[in-house]
Design a protein around this ligand. Sequence first.
Ligand code: BT5
Length: 271
Amino acid sequence: MNQSELEHALSDLPLGRIRYFDTIGSTNDLAADWDAKDVPDLSLVVADEQTHGRGRAGRKWFTPPGSALAFSLVLRPTEIESTQEVSRVTGLGALAVCRSLEKKYDLEPKIKWPNDILLANKKVCGVLVEAHWYGEQLVTLIMGIGINIAPSSVPPDQSLNYAASCIEAEFGKSIDRIALLRDILEELVDWQKQISSPDFISAWESRLAFLGQTLNITREQQASMQAKIIGLDQRGRLRLRSQSGEESVVQAGDIQLRPLVDSSQNKNKLK
Ligand code: BT5
């Protein structure tokens, strides 16, 4: 992967600037720096390796060289006018990755709400959306996506909070990273136009992992509970039903969803 290969492969997409790095701390950080410099909507930062890739709540994201996709997009919220819509942007990233994996690779990805993509119940991708405000006004969203492509991108078990895999292991053949990136960006641009529509929510909801299943749910500073996942509401919040039949919704926050019985045969990896 290099700058000119990327520019060539993405030339027909309506992107802003494109920057490639062999190695970088975090693509989200560079995109945020760019943001301050007023780069256009849909500017893209791609790195082969991240030395300080991050997940939510300060967790680490592992991106060793030559084996993964790590990229960030600068999104200027035009359609996304309210904070209500912001939570959908994580869904937008997840949906774009799912659609790409379904269409060309015949895989069946699932979205572990709010931001993980699973194949065969193992995490292959994470989405991290960071909002930048100017006073009360939302100025930019940085959408970072990390995808494990080759086996060497999968972190060692002891560093994981959920079993992980990579696309090549599940697909059974090698994957062209740039072609996959192109497909994802194309889906993203298409679905972004529909982000306020019920169709977008339906497409996202139909790919939810554990839909209709009762799970152990742990939320920040709250005791864990068992509840059934019953879908998404129109704001993209997760709808739950407790064992006593009470319904509630969860905003994107730090939440952990865990099957009661793990069927992935990776139970030891689920911490
Ligand atoms: C995420 O956070 O899953 C969001 C990851 C976003 C990464 C992208 S890469 C491009 C952009 N630049 C960045 O710096 N970040 C974004 P979270 O749900 O908090 O999951 C983090 C947890 O996933 C860690 O604590 C590990 O347990 C696990 N993990 C770390 N690296 C992994 C990997 N490569 N594959 C699977 N799991 C991983």
